[in-house]
Design a protein around this ligand. Sequence first.
Ligand SMILES: Cc1cc2nc3c(=O)[nH]c(=O)nc-3n(C[C@H](O)[C@H](O)[C@H](O)COP(=O)(O)OP(=O)(O)OC[C@H]3O[C@@H](n4cnc5c(N)ncnc54)[C@H](O)[C@@H]3O)c2cc1C
Length: 283
Amino acid sequence: MYDAIVIGGGPAGATAAIYLQRFKKNVLLIMKDSGALGKTAHIDNYYGFVETITGPELLEKGINQAKRLGVEVIKDEVLGIDNFPDFNVKTINGEYQSKTVLLATGKNQVNLRVKGFNDFIGKGISYCAICDGFIYRNKKIGLVGNKEFMLEELEVLKNFSEDITIFTNGMDLSVELHDEKIVTEKITEIKGDEKINQVVTENSEFDVDVLFIAIGSPSASDFALRMGAFLDKNNIVVDESFMTNIPGLFAAGDCIGGLLQIVKATSDGAHAAIAMNKYLKNN
Ligand SMILES: Cc1cc2nc3c(=O)[nH]c(=O)nc-3n(C[C@H](O)[C@H](O)[C@H](O)COP(=O)(O)OP(=O)(O)OC[C@H]3O[C@@H](n4cnc5c(N)ncnc54)[C@H](O)[C@@H]3O)c2cc1C
């Protein structure tokens, strides 16, 4: 059992892990890739770097610093979190238990850039099978995704309907499926009236009552939605101690919104770690 699991190895997550480790907490940091820093070629506005530093270089320094101080770092993708009674963090390769969890997974843009998509968010387009699946029992369900995250959502949706079509939206399917209906063509349009009723692909049209989105990896807001943590416009809502409405679940960095910059992400990470340390003392 860890004291803290930090999900995300960017500036927010790595800073939090460093602070927690220095509070002598037993910390596991899980990261799937290089996050926003991996896409950043030049950083010129972060304190202390006289010359330009690249995002991947800064990321490597942060992770190496955390490791040097004793943080356990693993490369894996978190698929889900349960919180009864402690937190159970499920990844592609294992499960880990902890007294607290910090969500520091950055911003994740999961919208489909196709005609009609934005019109039906909340009107038959859903980001959470466990939240909305029941509403669509025995209905025609569409599910967009091609990886483990999609598989997780599919398992939930199978409890509610047998009529499920998976849309990979032009991507290769990277998980094994057997009897499911799979459409690999790109989605070109979402149609409907008051609510969604059709997914249009390059050469066909499919009637649906709902379209669930599980593209790529689950983001902090996906975890928050499933756990019942409050969101405001896709940002996780935290209090002044960076805790969500779920005791022991904290969030920091780009996933809580505000200034989307490294300096703010590191500050969030430090504040969250201090609050987590207090929480661990008191509970
Ligand atoms: C192109 C570009 C240029 C930028 N330039 C600057 C700049 O010059 N200066 C500046 O201050 N800021 C810049 N930014 C913004 C800055 O990169 C972000 O504000 C900062 O990285 C946010 O830190 P974070 O820790 O919140 O998230 P991120 O750095 O995005 O880290 C997120 C972490 O979460 C992990 N993760 C996500 N989902 C999962 C999952 N399901 N399981 C496990 N791990 C997961 C990722 O692997 C990653 O390690 C730029 C951003 C971009 C995209």
